[in-house]
Design a protein around this ligand. Sequence first.
Ligand SMILES: CC(C)(COP(=O)(O)OP(=O)(O)OC[C@H]1O[C@@H](n2cnc3c(N)ncnc32)[C@H](O)[C@@H]1OP(=O)(O)O)[C@@H](O)C(=O)NCCC(=O)NCCS
Length: 130
Amino acid sequence: MYYYLEPMTEADIEPVQQVELACFKTPWSASTYRRELRNRDIHRYLVARTSHALPPSRPPESLQRWGRLISSLIVGFFLDEQQTVDATNRPDPIIGYGGLSLVIDEGHITMIAVEPLYRGAGIGELLLNG
Ligand SMILES: CC(C)(COP(=O)(O)OP(=O)(O)OC[C@H]1O[C@@H](n2cnc3c(N)ncnc32)[C@H](O)[C@@H]1OP(=O)(O)O)[C@@H](O)C(=O)NCCC(=O)NCCS
């Protein structure tokens, strides 16, 4: 089983909310996520996915867009910005997510969560490093 990170997109909001429902009593609304995702100057969000197959590596230009902080995260596997798909054309399942707000030279983690079944396997740490 492989775990990897990629930037959260608006297409991920619904599966992220499913994970969130399993983790928190009061989940964020879809519009709150959309607002955060559209303000990339301040907010950065990642999702953790699980895959049975080794994911393809992320193209260099996408790595550059995410900057050195993210590209240094070699414990995960980066994927193409388009959703990674399995043989049935479905994206790999989201099992965790996290994000932060950037304030001058500090990052404030606004959210981090891992699906209960997958906890204790280092995915929280992977997200934190991301
Ligand atoms: C917190 C959370 C994301 C950790 O995810 P995870 O995948 O289980 O974390 P990891 O397996 O990477 O564990 C990393 C370390 O953090 C520790 N840890 C995990 N959850 C912890 C918690 N709630 N309090 C203190 N330490 C915790 C683990 O024991 C582990 O330490 P170890 O390596 O010394 O054993 C997960 O427990 C979760 O989703 N909790 C509910 C949501 C939540 O409370 N989020 C934080 C507020 S936004």
